[in-house]
Structure formats: C-alpha cells, structure tokens
Design a protein around this ligand. Structure first.
Ligand code: ZN
Length: 151
C-alpha cells in the first residue's frame, strides 16, 4: 500500500495560482505520484477537485471526485460546452469564500489519464462545474473573479 503523502495547499495571494501551467509531456512515476498526492490532499481537505498549481506545481493536471469516483485529468481541454447553470462554488485555495458562478450545464473534456491513455469525460451539473473550475486553475484563473453574487 502506498503511503499517503499530503502536499501543502497554496492560498490566494500566492502568485503561482495566477500562472499558466505547462503541458505534461512525460507520463512517468513522478506524474503518478503527483496525482496520487493531489488526490489524498484533496480528500483530506474535503474538496471535490484540486489542480496542480494549488500544490505549487505548474503542470496541466488535476484530480476531481464529486463522490462518484476519482477522475485524473492530464492536459485536459474542454471540447464541447452546452447550456448554462448558476451554482455556488468554493475553492480550497480561497478559504471561507463562497459565491454563485455561471458555468455550462454540460461539458465534454478530452484529456489523458496518468498512464497517458486518451480519455473523454462528459460531465453535467456539479461534475461540469468541477471540471471547468479545475481547468480554469491550469490557466491561472480563480473562481472568485467570476462570482456574480457572493454568499
Ligand atoms: Zn479551486
């Protein structure tokens, strides 16, 4: 069994959160370890998603789990977005801030898993929100700039 390794979650104000991440080119043990650590870190913080810059790594990868199982996203791209929804969001990097954000109701994401296999993920509702929120992180965008109404 792998030993659980938690990484420190960077908080808003840390400029690494505003940087654009680089594409992953090597699908190696280091990447797998990063994704495993990110998943454990996210779970222990009760989050539903975590992107690499949130643990100080400028690589295009993220993990999502809205309670329906772990999804690893490497080099994710939104290939289709449909409809619209407004829902409350929060972020592990922005403690105690919650607000309503407008997102697509349904998205299709093309990505790779940690082994380098191409995957396509379709998400509606909360999963669509989580996918959009994490992919935004990879472009240095934080959800609080998109809040239309703060709670
Ligand atoms: Zn976030």
């Amino acid at each position: 069994m792998n030993k659980m390794a938690l990484r420190q979650i960077r908080k808003k104000g840390d400029e690494i959160l505003n940087k654009v991440c680089k594409e992953v080119k090597n699908f190696d043990d280091k990447l797998e370890l990063l994704l495993d650590d990110m998943y454990d870190t996210m779970k222990s913080a009760d989050g539903v998603g975590l992107a690499a810059p949130q643990v100080g790594i400028l690589k295009r990868c993220a993990v999502v789990d809205i309670g329906e199982g772990r999804i690893d996203l490497v080099n994710p791209v939104i290939t289709k977005a449909e409809g619209s929804q407004i829902g409350q969001e929060g972020c592990l990097s922005i403690p105690n801030v919650w607000g309503d954000v407008q997102r697509p109701e349904k998205v299709t994401v093309s990505a790779f898993d940690k082994k380098g296999n191409k995957v396509e993920i379709k998400g509606t509702g909360l999963l669509a929100v989580a996918l959009c929120h994490e992919i935004d992180h990879l472009d240095g965008k934080l959800f609080d700039e998109k809040i239309i109404e703060e709670d």
